[in-house]
Structure formats: C-alpha cells, structure tokens
Design a protein around this ligand. Structure first.
Ligand code: SF4
Length: 302
C-alpha cells in the first residue's frame, strides 16, 4: 500500500544538510515528471502531492525550534522546490528564521530551474537580501537530448540562464550532475554537454551523483526491457574524468562526490587549481584492475 504523506513530512534532503534544522516549506514537486526520479512517485512506499504549506504553520515550526534552542545550526527549507512558492512568502520565512534563530550559518533549499526562471532578478535579490545563502539545483546533464528524453523540463540554455540568474543575485549555486544518465548510448553527449554547461555557469559548487534506477520510475521499465543500458562503475568514473577534462579554464567551482551512489569520494575546493590532481586521482581509480570487476551498487533506496 502506498501512503500519501502530508506536505509537512520531509521526504528528502541533501547529504550536506544531514545535521541541519529541516523546515518543511513545500510538499512534493510541482514538476514530478523526471523519468529517473522516484522521490515523490512511491519508491519509499509513499507519495506526496505538491503543496505550499500555510505560512502560519511554518512560522510556528520556527518558533518551536527557537524555543527548543536549535540555534547555531544551518537551516534547510525542505520540499522538492520551495522556490516555486511566491517570493514574498519565502522572504517572510527566511526573515523569520533570521529573527528567531541565532547564529544560523546557512539557509538553503532545493530550486528548480523553471521556478528560478519565473522569478525576476529583483525577486531573487530579495531572497538573497533576506538571507538565502545557497540553492541546490539539479542540472543532471548538459545534453539537450538527455534532458528531453528524461523529461527534465529544461534545456541546456534554460539551465545556463537560471544558473547565471541565481549567481547574479548573490545566492550561491550548487548543481547536481548525474553520471550515467545518458546510458551507454548517450555517454559521449552527456560528457560534452555537461562540461559545456558547467563551464558557462561556473557555479559555486557542482556535485556528482551516479544514476541508480529506482522501482516505480518510468526509467525502470526502459532498463528492464533493455532499452536503457546502465554504465559500469568504471564507465561512470571515465565519464566523471572526461567531464572534468572538458571544463573551461575559467571554472573555479568546488567539486564533491558526496553521495552514497558514487564510486569515488574525490573533492576539490577549486577545480581550476586542482584539476590535474583530480584527473590523476580519477585515472588511478580507472587504471586499477579491481575497478573493472567492481559490481554496480544498484541501490533501490538512498
Ligand atoms: S528530479 Fe527534482 S524536479 Fe525532477 S521530478 Fe524529481 S524532485 Fe521533481
């Protein structure tokens, strides 16, 4: 039986927010069409409809955290895409966090490119001025073919415009890149397009995740029927190396492999400085004969 969760229930957060105060702002995802994503499609035995929580309920949650002395922690505004909510509403929430909770080092949330594109530069600036520090955005791939096949609802061009808008407002931007999303057929396209978009945006951070196909996702059927072929761990590492190799000289992003799905944990605080060392380390994995026989993780829960 699949349970329908209320919007106040938090389903997902980035690993980097594991020790943060989590405040549910939206439930579900206002897009919910990405073919690889099962977050709100029942993979955890639950679904959640898209909804924006009433402001007064969120302010009450903030009061409770403040009264329980949850000061000094980062705050993550949870939900698939809180930036889909009106700016005025988000500003009130962010300002209230800053008012009630002391020494908050970071306020963050997920953001979908389509929602960012709907906001004016002035609105994004208001969010930055209220105290939104960073948004996490799923680029997934810079290949237009892959984005279309996966129903991401974005194009490389719209991702570049959205990414630049975020950075221009003063909000930091962390992008997710999903290794293996083009399968074997579109791996080359994935590498080229992704390196190009990462170069154009030069986000504050980009993070690698590796595709694992979840039951209840449309992509699961393609995989089972043989239409979509998953990459091996070795091929995923090669994709990552080639994306890093393809970056322009201007790229100064921090880079992380901070997810259980990845096959390495390499990171950089500035890829412009660390690029050669990063590639060398990836090559040492790639050339290790043990990697050839490493089984895929095939995670069905994360
Ligand atoms: S990947 Fe993000 S935008 Fe796409 S369906 Fe999942 S939560 Fe929504």
């Amino acid at each position: 039986m699949v349970v329908k969760l209320p919007p106040s229930q938090i389903v997902i957060r980035p690993p980097v927010e594991a020790y943060s105060v989590l405040i549910a702002v939206t439930g579900g995802c206002n897009w919910n069409q990405c073919r690889f994503c099962g977050t709100y499609k029942g993979i955890y035995g639950s679904t959640q409809d898209y909804a924006i929580r009433p402001l007064e309920n969120i302010l009450k949650d903030i009061d409770i955290y403040a009264e329980k002395n949850y000061h000094g922690y980062p705050v993550f505004l949870a939900g698939g895409n809180p930036t889909s909510a009106p700016t005025e509403y988000l500003v009130k929430i962010i300002e209230y966090v800053r008012l009630r909770m002391k020494n908050v080092p970071r306020i963050s949330c997920y953001a979908k490119a389509l929602d960012i594109l709907r906001k004016t530069d002035e609105e994004l600036k208001q969010l930055a001025e209220a105290g939104l520090d960073i948004v996490y955005m799923g680029l997934e791939s810079g290949s237009s073919k892959i984005l279309r096949i996966m129903h991401k609802g974005t194009t490389p061009k719209s991702m570049i415009i959205a990414g630049k808008k975020v950075l221009k407002s003063g909000i930091k931007l962390s992008l997710y890149v999903m290794l293996g999303l083009g399968g074997k057929k579109l791996s080359e396209d994935h590498v080229k397009g992704t390196a190009r978009v990462l170069t154009e945006i030069n986000s504050t951070i980009f993070r690698f995740r590796t595709l694992n196909i979840m039951p209840n996702t449309p992509l699961w059927g393609d995989w089972k029927s043989g239409d979509f072929e998953l990459l091996s761990p070795l091929e995923c590492l090669i994709e990552e190396r080639d994306i890093i190799k393809g970056l322009g000289e201007n790229v100064t992003s921090q880079v992380f492999n901070d997810h259980v799905s990845n096959y390495c944990g390499i990171e950089s605080s500035n890829i412009k400085i660390d690029r050669a060392a990063f590639i060398n380390t990836l090559n040492s994995y790639i050339n290790d004969p043990k990697i050839k026989n490493l089984p895929r993780k095939n995670l069905t829960q994360m």
